[in-house]
Design a protein around this ligand. Sequence first.
Ligand code: ATP
Ligand code: MG
Length: 426
Amino acid sequence: MEIITKAPRGTSDKLPSDINKWQTIESAAAAVAQAYGCKEIRTPIFEHTELFQRGVGSTTDVVQKEMYTFNDKKGRSITLKPEGTAGAVRAAIENGLLNEALPLKLYYFTRCFRYEAPQSGRMREFNQFGVEIFGADSPVSDAEVICMVNDIFVFLGLEGIRLEINSIGCPKCRAEYQNALREYYGQFRDKLCDTCKDRLEKNPMRLLDCKSEICHSFAEKAPVILDYLCSDCSDHFEGVKTALKALNINYTINPRIVRGLDYYTNTVFEFISDNCGTQGTVCGGGRYNGLVEEIGGRSMPGLGFAMGLERIIMVMDAQNAKYKPAKQCDLFIAGTDSDATRYAAILAHKLREYGFWAECDIVGRSLKAQMKYADKIGANFSMVIGGDEMNSQKAELKNMKTGEKITVSIGENFAANINSILAFSE
Ligand code: ATP
Ligand code: MG
């Protein structure tokens, strides 16, 4: 029995008592993205494995080590989404969204699945909020995407989150840089982890992002990409910096950021907090000008970001940031017997049409037990219906916090009446 009453390692339940945290973050992120003109997209939770091999990159940690991949009953290889960008790009191509007005601006919430060693802030199933923008090439668009992330943090009242940026150039300037990396890491070839020995020829930039202790230590003295940028890439990076300054966004340049996914070009960035344990990166993103073509669309610039919502909650909790309060029951209508309870159900139904959270007894409890329940769920108001109330069409509305009572009509205008009374009691 034990195995089915325990969630799989690296997953977590989001319980009703915490759901206002998720709703606070989700509504803030969506509101900010919409203010920038982004529209929501929802794509499947699994895709053909090839999409991620092509999109994320076959030499990345995500594809080599972390994907949840299985064959379906017809023997097709399927993978649970490890990230959101590849699916969004696939959907944009397949549904012709890139033939409509550009730039196309999308946002999404998605669960992601990665087979990682679970620890605080690192889960096997986690949630991301992401934005993808297609058809925008100017440095202002890079700055705007970064500004959007910043706005979300401001909206949520978060503090002390640092922005680090870098440029990893284009395939043209990267070729020379990769040679320099091969030469540098070549000296330590025997000491590299097995995955990196293999990556050294194919994709040496991945070595900079390797999490193994030994490879990580070599990264410190490795050549930096900024010394190898071609003039177009270097102009673009300057443009991004100028646009960020104009928007009053502080940043530091970290030439070691390469990001864990292969599709990035030019600008890459990370937002880092000291408030989410050892996993400091709460949001990562950048430009991916080659990705749409790689996945089978026409050549088209793109850029975006993804933030880890579990990590945002860790930061909010650590900083005692304010969540939207959980909603409470507006009115519990008790009944003294089964006739009265049926009447209470009709009244509750009328109230719900007005958008109130109204409850009545649905388990056949005594009046005393009903009132105990109303108290337990934190109902703001309560009312008792009995024979007298049904006859006189009047009942007492009790404010559960102050104990104050007023008599209200429970006839025709009941819901409208309650609506105006509760509106004033907020
Ligand atoms: P890390 O270096 O922490 O492994 P990453 O580069 O793999 O991060 P991305 O693929 O850029 O992360 O994902 C974007 C964001 O999603 C991260 O900044 C982080 O907030 C969150 N994230 C990534 N992996 C996990 C995970 N296993 N559990 C929880 N959140 C995660
Ligand atoms: Mg990772």
